[in-house]
Design a protein around this ligand. Structure first.
Ligand SMILES: Cc1ncc(C[n+]2csc(CCOP(=O)(O)OP(=O)(O)O)c2C)c(N)n1
Length: 629
C-alpha cells in the first residue's frame, strides 16, 4: 500500500502521475477486497468503479465539484480516497462508516442514497441551485445502466435536457451485452472524440438523413434507427444531451482524457463508460451476482461464508410459490431487479413465460401487475418492503382503487442490519394500512407464511400484502404441498392467562421470544398471534379488552400508523379502559450495523422483552400497573 498510504484526500491524489494512478488503482482494489472479505458488503460494483472514481477525483476539483452517486453501493474507492481509509475496516459496522454515501460522514458525499435512479434528479437540483446562486462548479451524476432502468432517471434526464445547464452524467455501464468487437468501436469513438472528429461524422450522418427525408417518413425512421445502432448515444441526444463514448472504464488514461475534454462542456453531456463488475477479483468477475452484496469470504478461494442451514422466510416463499404455480397457470411472478433476493430464482427457471423481472422499476411492476389482474391472472409482486415505498401511488391508484387482486410479498420487513436506514423495512405496515381494500398479513413462522400465501391467492379478493423479515423460520422442514386456509381476519390465542391481566398482541415472528419467556420463566401473560393487521380480528380484541387491563402491541414497524395505532384506535373507538404499550420502532431513522445490535437498541431483543415483563410484574405487585412502558 505504498501509494495508498500517502493519500488522505483527492488533493494528494492529484499530485500523482498517470502511471502512479494505475498502481494506486491496484492498491485500492486489494484494500477493498481484503476489507470486504471481513465486513461483507457490495464488492462487485465497487471493484468495477475503482478507475472511474480515481479519474473523477483526479480531474474534477472535488469537493467543490459535486459527484452524485446513484444507489451508492459502488462508492468504496470514493470513501477510501476521501479521508475514510482509516475507518474502512468499520465499513457497515455499528458506529463505523456506512456502505452508502452519507452527507453526515463527509463533505465529499453530496447526496444520501441507497435506492436506485435518484442521481440525475438530485444532481440536477444541485446544478440549478448553482445557477441560481451564480456559483461556479461542476456537477456530475454517476448512474449505472441498471439504475437507468428506473423511470425516475428518465424524468431527471428529460428535465436536464430541457433546462440545458452545464451538467455531466456518467453512465457506468457494466452489462455484458457489449461484446469485444463493439468494444473496439468504442475505442475508436474515444479516439475520434479526442481528435475532435466525432461531431463532424455525426454532422455528415445528419445531413445524409436530412437528404433522405423526401423519400418518406418510414425510411427516415429506419435511417434513424440505423444511426442509433451506430451511435447508441442518440437516445441521450434526443433528450438534449451531448453524448460521449463509450469509454473503457478501466483505462485511466482514456478516462482522464475524456473527463478533461468535457469538463468545460457547455450544456448537458452524457459520458458512457464501460466497466466490468467485480473487476480485478476473479471470483467476483465470474459471479458478479454472488459478489454483488456478499457476506464474509475467503480471499484466496472466493468461498463465501455459509450461514447455517436453517430455512429463511425467503426460501419458504420461494418453495411455496413454485408449488402453487405448478398447479395454477394463472400465477405470475413479478420482481423489480431482485429475483434472487426475493426468492423468485427457481420460479423464473421453471416458469420463464410467467416470470417478469421488470428492472429497477417498482412503480411499473405494480401497475403492470394491476393490468394482469384485470385479465384474471394472479400477479405475485415480490418486492422488498423498502423498495415498495416507491410504488405507493401505484398501489393506491392502480390496484386498490379498482380492488384488483394483486398479491404483494414484502421481503426484508423490519430491521435488515448493515445496509442501514435506506434499506430497513420499517414503514410498510403504516403505508399499507391506510389504503382501503388492502388486506395485510404477517406470518409468525414458515408454515404460516405458506398458508397465508395460499389464502392470499385463493381466499381473498382485492389487494393483499404479506410481509416478513430477513430471518430464519423456526421450522426445520415445511411441506409446501399441504395448505390450510386461514380465516380472514382470524387471530390466534397462543397462550391465555386469566390472572395476570396482561396481554401481548403480536404481529410476526417476535412472538417466539414471548413463548420462550413463558417457557423459561415464571412470568405469566396472555399472547395473541394477530396474523392480520387489516382487517383486524375485532372479536378477539373485544375479548382481550374485556378480560385484560394491559395490552402490549408488538410489531417490527415504526410506531406511527401500524399495529399500535390500529389497536389504540380500536380501544378509543370502543371506549375500553385498558392501557396500551407499544413494542415498535421509534419514529426516527434507524442506523446501520448488525441486526442484533440494532434490535437491542430499539428494544426488540429478548433482554428488552424480559426487562419489560419484569417491570410490569413488579409494578403489578406494588399496584402501580399504570406507568409501565
Ligand atoms: C429502488 C431500488 N430498487 C432496488 C434496489 C436494489 N439494487 C441495488 S443495486 C442494484 C443494481 C443496480 O444496477 P446498476 O445501477 O447497473 O449498478 P451495478 O450494481 O451494476 O454497478 C439493485 C437492483 C435499489 N437499490 N433501489
Amino acid at each position: 500500500m505504498e501509494l495508498l498510504n500517502k493519500i488522505n484526500s483527492p488533493q494528494d491524489l492529484r499530485k500523482l502521475s498517470l502511471e502512479e494512478l494505475e498502481q494506486l488503482a491496484e492498491e485500492i482494489r486489494s484494500f477493498i477486497i481484503e476489507t470486504v472479505s471481513k465486513t461483507g458488503g457490495h464488492l462487485a460494483a465497487s471493484l468495477g468503479t475503482v478507475e472511474l472514481t480515481i479519474a473523477l477525483h483526479y480531474v474534477f476539483n472535488t469537493p467543490l465539484d459535486k459527484i452524485v452517486w446513484d444507489v451508492g453501493h459502488q462508492t468504496y474507492a470514493h470513501k477510501i480516497l476521501t479521508g475514510r481509509k482509516e475507518f474502512f475496516h468499520k465499513l457497515r459496522q455499528y458506529g463505523g462508516i456506512s456502505g452508502f454515501p452519507r452527507r453526515e460522514e463527509s463533505e465529499y458525499d453530496v447526496f444520501n442514497v441507497g435506492h436506485a435512479s435518484t442521481a440525475v434528479s438530485a444532481a440536477l437540483g444541485i446544478a440549478v441551485a448553482r445557477e441560481l446562486n451564480k456559483e461556479d462548479y461542476k456537477v456530475i451524476a454517476v448512474i449505472g445502466d441498471g439504475s437507468l432502468s428506473g423511470g425516475l432517471a428518465y424524468e431527471g434526464l428529460n428535465h436536464a435536457g430541457h433546462l440545458g445547464y452545464d451538467f455531466i452524467v456518467v453512465l457506468n455501464d457494466n452489462t455484458m451485452f457489449i461484446s469485444k468487437s463493439v468494444g473496439a468501436i468504442a475505442k475508436m469513438l474515444v479516439r475520434l472524440l479526442t481528435l475532435g472528429l466525432l461531431k463532424k461524422i455525426e454532422q455528415k450522418i445528419d445531413k445524409f438523413l436530412r437528404r433522405l427525408k423526401y423519400i418518406g417518413n418510414v425510411i427516415l425512421r429506419v435511417a434513424k434507427r440505423f444511426k442509433l445502432l451506430l451511435f447508441p448515444g442518440m437516445l441521450f441526444e434526443e433528450m438534449g444531451f451531448a453524448y460521449v463514448g463509450p469509454v473503457d472504464g478501466h483505462d485511466l488514461k482514456s478516462l482522464c482524457e475524456v473527463f478533461r475534454s468535457i469538463k468545460n462542456f457547455k450544456g448537458p453531456v452524457v459520458v458512457h463508460v464501460l466497466t466490468k463488475k467485480g473487476k480485478g477479483y476473479k471470483p467476483a468477475e465470474e459471479k458478479p451476482e454472488k459478489f454483488h452484496s456478499v457476506a464474509k469470504f475467503n480471499v484466496l478461494t472466493g468461498e463465501i461464508e455459509k450461514r447455517n442451514d436453517r430455512l429463511t422466510f425467503t426460501e419458504v416463499f420461494s418453495k411455496t410459490i413454485v408449488s402453487l404455480a405448478e398447479k395454477d397457470g394463472r400465477i405470475v411472478g413479478i420482481t423489480a431487479a431482485m429475483t434472487e433476493g426475493c426468492g423468485l430464482e427457481e420460479f423464473s427457471k421453471l416458469f420463464p413465460e410467467r416470470f417478469f423481472d421488470v428492472g429497477i422499476a417498482e412503480e411499473h411492476a405494480v401497475t403492470f401487475a394491476a393490468g394482469l389482474a384485470t385479465k384474471n391472472y394472479i400477479p405475485i409482486c415480490a418486492i422488498y418492503s423498502t423498495f415498495l415505498q416507491r410504488a405507493f401511488d401505484q398501489i393506491i391508484h392502480d390496484v386498490a382503487l379498482q380492488n384488483l387482486h394483486v398479491v404483494f410479498v414484502l421481503d426484508r420487513a423490519g430491521i435488515v442490519g448493515e445496509d442501514g436506514p435506506t434499506h430497513h423495512g420499517c414503514f410498510d405496515l403504516s403505508y399499507l394500512r391506510l389504503i382501503p381494500n388492502m388486506t395485510i398479513m404477517v406470518p409468525k413462522d414458515g408454515n404460516e407464511l405458506k398458508d397465508m400465501l395460499y389464502t392470499a391467492i385463493y381466499h381473498i379478493d382485492g389487494p393483499v400484502a404479506i410481509r416478513y423479515p430477513k430471518d430464519f423460520v423456526v421450522e426445520k422442514n415445511i411441506d409446501v404441498d399441504k395448505f390450510e386456509k386461514i380465516d380472514v381476519p382470524k387471530a390466534q390465542i397462543i397462550y391465555e392467562d386469566k390472572e395476570s391481566k396482561i396481554c401481548f398482541l403480536v404481529l410476526g415472528p417476535k412472538i417466539y421470544i414471548l413463548k420462550e419467556i413463558l417457557e423459561t420463566t415464571d412470568y405469566r401473560f396472555s399472547v395473541v398471534n394477530m396474523r392480520f393487521l387489516k382487517p383486524m380480528d375485532e372479536e378477539i380484541l373485544k375479548k382481550v379488552c374485556n378480560s385484560h387491563n394491559i395490552l402490549i402491541t408488538v410489531e417490527e414497524n415504526t410506531i406511527v400508523g401500524g399495529l399500535f395505532s390500529a389497536v389504540s384506535e380500536f380501544v378509543a373507538r370502543n371506549h375500553y379502559q385498558v392501557k396500551i404499550y407499544p413494542f415498535a420502532f421509534p419514529d426516527k431513522f434507524i442506523t446501520f450495523g448488525k441486526k442484533e445490535i440494532l434490535e437491542e437498541e430499539v428494544g426488540f431483543s429478548i433482554k428488552n422483552f424480559l426487562a419489560f415483563v419484569k417491570s410490569l410484574n413488579e409494578r403489578r405487585c406494588t399496584n402501580e400497573g399504570s406507568n409501565v412502558g
